[in-house]
Design a protein around this ligand. Structure first.
Ligand SMILES: *Cc1c(COP(=O)(O)O)cnc(C)c1O
Length: 415
């Protein structure tokens, strides 16, 4: 077991780091030069315009993706005591906003195909609930690691039962599903610009909706919900509960500078994954996260199909079969840590969290297996060939020497 605090040395190879384009500083400097240093300004306007144009949806720039998910729940009418379905296998930020609204999470297992919300379990659950007239208020579909979930099935199911669909697309900016961006299929979609995501503003998020009224409402709530005041002197009038969730114009400048490189970041991350896949292909018991059955050749292939579907490979994920590989996923994570390489497990399911111990759960075996056997390898778009070769060599070593928790202390390498 890892007991000492992690020492981050300068040479540590990290999981996913910010990768600036160089254009960000220009927009940040312009914000300073023109004194647009609040939650209003040209960077914000430009960022929203750009997303609106690319995604064909109304957009609201926010302080974080989590803030976006919180507003999304309110936009679809979630009230205290309502039930909200989400996939158990996700980062806690998908589920925390359910608690903010004092709603009740229902945690459904993942499917093996995409690692995301299992459409069959969802349909069975909604069918049962429709019979007793107790449908949940909303479903949150997460597109984990850049892999779009079973969007077509899930949008149809939600439509059939009249349940709102929120897409947590925080990890999937840059992916495609039949030519469209995941996040644009539900009633509301949310992206994140957290420091470890595909592109970053150091922090930040964006909410999108095809419904202008929803977007306007989110913008209103995100700035403390101050109403127009008939007195003409803006005499602080508030009817609804609001938040301080708006993005700052400085952060918007950073994200703005990242927008142009988004396509190349996707190609770079997909190339990182491809190199792992090729270099590790011969190792038994080490299996890459599969492409969904509908995946087409990706953007790096040169000739893109008209309606491409592809995984952005935000993170390069693998599954380990301990018996064949020679050690478990946690052992490999510890082994890489000793070599100054950061790898992480696939998310710990929400139904295993003390925080959600009283939540209703539907299945969970797939999520548990993916968490127990999954490993996310360093996936930065800026990862050098040399560093990646180092990671790959350590994995080959772990396999051939059959490390385990017990033997690890003897095999500790000097950093
Ligand atoms: C990062 C992330 C979020 C939250 O985004 P923040 O901008 O960090 O608040 C939500 N859901 C998932 C699945 C994420 O990975």
């Amino acid at each position: 077991m890892l007991s000492k605090p992690l020492i981050i040395t300068p040479n540590r190879i990290l999981l996913s780091v910010p990768h600036m384009s160089g254009a960000e500083l220009r927009w940040v400097q312009e914000a300073f030069a023109t004194n647009w240093l609040s939650t209003v300004g040209p960077n914000l306007t430009e960022l929203e315009k750009c997303f609106q144009k690319t995604l064909g949806q109304h957009t609201v720039a926010l302080s974080s993706g989590t803030a976006g998910l919180h507003l999304a729940l309110r936009l679809v009418g979630v009230q205290p005591g309502d039930e909200v379905v989400t996939q158990s296998l996700t980062f806690v930020a998908s589920a925390n906003p359910i608690l903010y609204e004092h709603a009740r999470p229902i945690l459904i297992d993942s499917e093996r195909t995409t690692w995301n919300l299992d459409p069959e379990l969802l349909e069975k659950f909604l069918k049962l609930r429709a019979r007793v007239n107790r449908l949940p208020k909303a479903v949150i579909l997460v597109h984990l690691f850049g892999q779009p979930g079973a969007i077509e099935q899930i949008t149809t199911i939600c439509r059939n039962y009249g349940v709102a669909l929120i897409e947590d697309a925080a990890e999937s900016l840059g992916s495609r599903y039949h030519g469209r961006h995941p996040g644009t299929f539900g009633d509301v979609g949310v992206f994140s610009f957290n420091g470890n995501k595909m592109i970053t503003g150091t922090t930040g998020g964006i909410l999108i909706s095809s419904d202008a009224q929803k977007a306007n409402c989110a913008r209103h709530w995100s700035t403390q919900a101050r109403d127009a005041d008939p007195s003409g002197i803006n005499n602080y009038l508030h009817t609804e509960r609001g938040y301080n969730y708006r993005m700052s114009n400085v952060i918007a400048g950073i994200v703005r500078g990242q927008l142009d490189v988004l396509p190349s970041r996707v190609i770079q991350r997909r190339s990182v994954f491809e190199r792992y896949r090729n270099a590790l292909a011969g190792i038994p018991g080490l299996e890459p996260q599969p492409d969904a059955p509908w995946a087409t050749p990706g953007p790096e292939s040169g000739s893109m199909p008209d309606n491409p579907s592809y995984h952005s490979r935000w993170l390069s994920c693998f599954l380990i079969d301990e018996a064949q590989f020679g050690c478990s996923a946690p052992d490999l994570i510890r082994w890489l840590h000793l070599a100054n390489v950061e790898a992480r497990p696939v998310w710990r399911p929400m139904h295993l969290q003390p925080l959600f111990s009283s939540a209703e759960r539907i299945g969970g075996e797939v999520a548990e297996d993916l968490n127990a056997r999954g490993i996310c390898l360093p996936s930065s778009s800026s990862l050098t060939l040399e560093d990646q070769a180092f990671v790959i060599a350590r994995i080959h070593e772990a396999h051939s020497s059959g490390i385990s928790s017990k033997s690890m202390s003897q095999k500790k390498r000097a950093n």
